[in-house]
Design a protein around this ligand. Structure first.
Ligand SMILES: C[S@@+](CC[C@H](N)C(=O)[O-])C[C@H]1O[C@@H](n2cnc3c(N)ncnc32)[C@H](O)[C@@H]1O
Length: 323
């Protein structure tokens, strides 16, 4: 259901390199048969289902299809395929009446950033680390020319492809690439979303430089990040894990994040929101049965993680590439 967005990109994007990356990725996948088949199979099962007639991408729940559009056998095939994509981290979704309550109530993040959302109409947009594409679907009613999700994890990559087979939104696309591959898209994107990523990078400044280079002059970057409380421009660097999550490197204060963006050369940097994380927003559900936020926080002192670090806030920042 996805069109090849490459022809919509400016000439600066290295289309031959991107095509080669896709081919290399495909070759690697076919060598890793087990990992590949585990998510490829439910995707293939969804391809046998029809595209939804009813679609509503404007509300908190991404709604694709109504129950009467599928017969019982098709509905069972859908349910089995969606369960194969567990654990669901981002949502909620309603697929032909099948409600998927994901670990994160991602609608809350989206609603917080809506007041600062740049005009997406006819824009070329990237969502870095797009997971199952919840935010891609939420961007669709804002009429972007195309949105490219970058998502290297096969579980999420195939989950989005399955969802978009049902939703039929050709302007929403996904690549199995990480943020590392943005270097092949110089001066390409009008808007980039970088949400829930920066604290997972060992070199946040290098990544922000590469992101700026992938943006059109005048383009807008939206960053959402885990953060620690405080006014000083400092970042916490955990010994091993932060809130039980390995692969967490620098967790900044809001002012530290603003300084990172400013020193990389972004203009008009502004922090437009901050709020504490909560187990209302990130929690165990029927579709994500592992540990969640309440297990990451000291039960005797909710202002601390289980490692004794300050409990996380979430912050939002907006910045412009001056060119
Ligand atoms: C914490 S989640 C954030 C998801 C979503 N952007 C959000 O804000 O809710 C991080 C996402 O980045 C993806 N990811 C992992 N490595 C990545 C990389 N090298 N480049 C881009 N995304 C990556 C993960 O698979 C996951 O979907």
């Amino acid at each position: 259901m996805t069109r090849d967005y490459l022809k919509l990109l400016p000439m600066s994007a290295r289309q031959d390199v991107i095509r080669q990356l896709r081919a290399d990725h495909d070759t690697r996948l076919r060598q890793d048969k087990k990992g590949f088949q585990r998510f490829r199979d439910p995707y293939a099962a969804v391809l046998t289902l029809p595209q939804a007639r009813f679609i509503d991408l404007a509300g908190d729940t991404v709604r694709i299809g109504e129950r009467h559009e599928l017969d019982d056998a098709q509905y069972q095939r859908l349910t089995d395929a969606m369960r194969a994509f567990m654990p669901w981290r981002k949502g909620p979704f309603d697929l032909f009446g099948l409600h998927i309550d994901a670990e994160w109530r991602s609608c809350r993040k989206w609603n917080r950033l809506l007041p600062a959302l740049p005009d997406l109409r006819n824009k070329i947009v990237a969502d870095i680390g797009c997971n199952n594409g919840y935010y891609l679907f939420r961007m669709a009613p804002h009429a972007p020319r195309c949105v490219v999700g970058f998502e290297p994890m096969l579980q999420h990559y195939y989950c989005f492809k399955a969802l978009n087979h049902l939703a039929g939104q050709p302007q929403l696309c996904i690549e199995p690439f990480g943020v590392e591959q943005l270097i092949h898209y110089p001066r390409t994107f009008d808007v980039i979303f970088l949400m829930g990523i920066i604290y997972h990078r060992s070199s946040p400044i290098t990544m922000l430089r590469e992101i700026r280079e992938a943006m059109q002059p005048g383009g807008t970057l939206i960053v959402e990040s885990q953060a620690i409380p405080g006014d000083e421009p400092v970042a916490l660097f955990p010994a091993e894990r932060y809130a039980k999550v390995p692969g967490t490197y620098f967790v900044p204060t809001a002012s530290c994040l603003v300084n990172w963006l400013t020193r990389v050369g972004f203009a008009g940097v502004e922090c437009f929101g901050a709020h504490p994380m909560s187990s209302e927003e990130q929690r165990k559900t029927e579709w994500m049965t592992f540990e969640s936020y309440s297990d990451f926080i000291d039960p005797a002192d909710p202002s601390r993680t289980v490692e004794g670090y300050p409990a996380p806030l979430r912050v939002f920042a907006k910045a412009r590439n001056p060119g």
